[in-house]
Write a protein that binds this ligand. Structure first.
Ligand SMILES: Nc1ncnc2c1ncn2[C@@H]1O[C@H](COP(=O)(O)OP(=O)(O)OP(=O)(O)O)[C@@H](O)[C@H]1O
Ligand SMILES: [Mg+2]
Length: 403
C-alpha cells in the first residue's frame, strides 16, 4: 500500500512539474525529462506495486490463518491445562508401574535347578509372575501366592530363590511372632497416635515404604492371629496398606506376597497324589482343605494362586543332598571337583534320611550334611586344598584334594 501511494504521489508531482515547472534552461530540461520518464513507467510501477501488495496481503492472510489454527491446536493440547491439573496428572502417570517382561522359560529353569522336585510349582509361579509383571495397570500386588505343603519341601526356599532370580529385596516375616491380634498388627502396621511406638513405622509398613517392589515372605502364615490376617486384605484387594501412626497409605502394587503354610499337610499331600495330573482340580480341592483347616474364606479368596508342594522322594533327596554339599563346600571357600561326590556318600545320607521316618524333612537332611562334612572340610582348608572331592571311608566322609 505505501508503495502505491508513493507512485501516485510521484505521478501527481510529475504532472504538476510538466504543467507549472520551468520549461527552459538546464534544470527545466531535466525536470521535464524526468516527468516524462515517470509518467511513461508509472503504470508499470503501479501495476507491480499492486501485485506486490496483493501477494503481501495474501501472505498476511495466510499467516493470520495459520496463527488461528495454531491457536486452535494449542487450545486442543491445553485442554488438560484448562480442565484439570495437567502436572499432577503427568506425575501420577509417571508413577504407574512400568510393564516388565521376563522370560518365563528362563525363570522356571533357574528355579527348578535350585528347588528340587517341585517342577510343577516352579513352572506355574514363573508363568504367573510373568503375566502379572507384564500388566501396566494392576491396582493390586503383582501376586499373592500361597505355598502349601509338608515341612522341609522347599516352600521358604522357593520364596528366597524367587527374590534372587528377580533381583528383588526379600522381606522375610516369621508370622509365628504375630500370634496375638492387636499387638501383632501394631508390630506390622504401626501404632496409632498417642500409643507406645507411634513415633516409628511398623515393620511391614516401614519396609514396604522403603522397598515397595520387594518379595514379601509371610512365613508360616497360619500361625499369625486371624486379626493380623485381615489386616492384609486391603494390601491384596486395594493395593495399599495404611500406617497407623500417621495414616499414610503405602502402595503394595509393586510387591509380590508369598505366604507359606503347613496347614492341612496330610490332606494336601493326598490331594497332590490324587490330582497329580490336574492342577486346576488340585487348586480347588486345596482351597477347600485350607478353609477346613481354619483359613478365613475372605483371605483365601484374595490369594491368586495356591501352590501345593510334594514330599521329596527317590533321587530328589539325593539332588537336595548334593546341592547342600556343594553349597557347604563353597561356604568354606573351597571348590568341588568334577564328579567330586562319591555315590556312596549320597547313598549313605539318603539311607539315613529314610531311617528318620516319614516325619523327617529336608531340614534334618541339611543338618545331617553339615554334621558329616563340616570337620573334614575345615581340615582340607587348613591343609591348603583348593578343590576337594568327598569319599566314604569307614562309615565317615572324608574330603580329599582333587587329583
Ligand atoms: N525342594 C527343595 N529343593 C532344594 N532344597 C530344598 C528343598 N526343600 C528343602 N530344601 C533345603 O532344605 C532347607 C529347608 O527348606 P525350607 O525351609 O524351604 O522348607 P519349608 O518347606 O519351608 O518347610 P517348613 O514348612 O517347615 O517351613 C532349604 O533351605 C533348602 O536348603
Ligand atoms: Mg518354611
Amino acid at each position: 500500500m505505501p508503495v502505491a501511494f508513493l507512485v501516485m504521489a510521484c505521478i501527481a508531482i510529475a504532472q504538476f512539474c510538466m504543467q507549472y515547472g520551468p520549461s527552459s534552461g538546464t534544470i527545466g530540461t531535466y525536470i521535464h525529462a524526468t516527468s516524462i520518464l515517470i509518467q511513461r513507467h508509472a503504470w508499470v510501477v503501479l501495476g507491480s506495486a499492486t501485485l506486490f501488495w496483493l501477494l503481501t496481503f495474501c501472505g498476511v492472510f495466510h499467516e493470520r490463518q495459520s496463527n488461528a489454527s495454531r491457536k486452535e491446536k494449542g487450545w486442543l493440547m491445553d485442554i488438560l491445562d484448562r480442565l484439570t491439573n495437567r502436572q499432577v496428572l503427568e506425575q501420577k502417570i509417571a508413577k504407574e508401574p512400568e510393564a516388565v517382561f521376563i522370560d518365563t522359560e528362563q525363570l522356571a529353569v533357574s528355579l527348578k535347578s535350585k528347588v528340587i522336585g517341585q517342577d510343577a510349582v516352579c513352572d506355574d509361579i514363573a508363568a504367573q509372575v510373568r503375566r502379572r509383571l507384564a500388566l501396566k495397570q494392576r491396582g493390586k500386588p503383582v501376586g499373592v501366592f500361597m505355598l502349601a505343603g509338608p515341612p522341609g519341601t522347599g516352600k521358604t526356599y522357593l520364596a528366597k530363590r524367587l527374590a534372587i532370580e528377580l533381583s528383588r529385596k526379600l522381606l522375610h516375616f516369621d508370622m509365628t511372632q504375630f500370634s496375638s491380634g492387636g499387638h501383632g498388627a501394631t508390630q506390622l502396621f504401626g501404632s496409632s497416635k498417642g500409643y507406645v511406638g507411634s513415633d516409628s513405622y511398623g515393620k511391614l509398613t516401614g519396609s514396604l515404604r522403603d522397598t515397595p517392589d520387594a518379595v514379601v515372605l509371610l512365613d508360616e502364615f497360619e500361625k499369625a492371629h486371624s486379626e493380623v490376617h485381615k489386616n492384609f486384605l486391603t494390601a491384596w484387594n486395594d493395593g495399599f496398606i495404611t500406617e497407623a501412626s500417621d495414616g499414610k497409605q503405602i502402595s503394595t502394587t509393586g510387591s509380590i506376597f508369598m505366604l507359606t503354610t503347613n496347614a492341612a499337610t496330610d490332606s494336601l499331600q493326598s490331594l497332590s497324589i490324587t490330582y497329580a495330573n490336574n492342577s486346576d482340580e488340585l487348586r480347588r480341592a486345596a482351597t477347600n482343605a485350607l478353609r477346613e483347616a481354619g483359613f478365613a474364606p475372605e483371605v483365601l479368596n484374595r490369594i491368586d494362586r495356591i501352590l501345593v508342594f510334594k514330599p521329596l522322594s527317590g533321587l530328589d533327596i539325593a539332588r537336595v543332598t548334593a546341592l547342600e554339599i556343594e553349597g557347604m563346600i563353597q561356604s568354606y571357600g573351597l571348590g568341588i571337583a568334577e564328579k567330586g561326590i562319591a555315590p556312596e556318600v549320597l547313598l549313605d545320607m539318603m539311607r539315613n534320611q529314610e531311617k528318620r521316618g516319614a516325619g523327617a524333612s529336608s531340614r534334618d537332611l541339611v543338618r545331617a550334611v553339615e554334621e558329616s562334612i563340616a570337620d573334614t572340610l575345615i581340615e582340607a582348608k587348613q591343609k591348603g586344598h583348593v578343590r576337594v572331592s568327598l569319599v566314604s571311608f569307614n562309615g565317615a566322609v572324608i574330603a580329599r584334594a582333587e587329583e
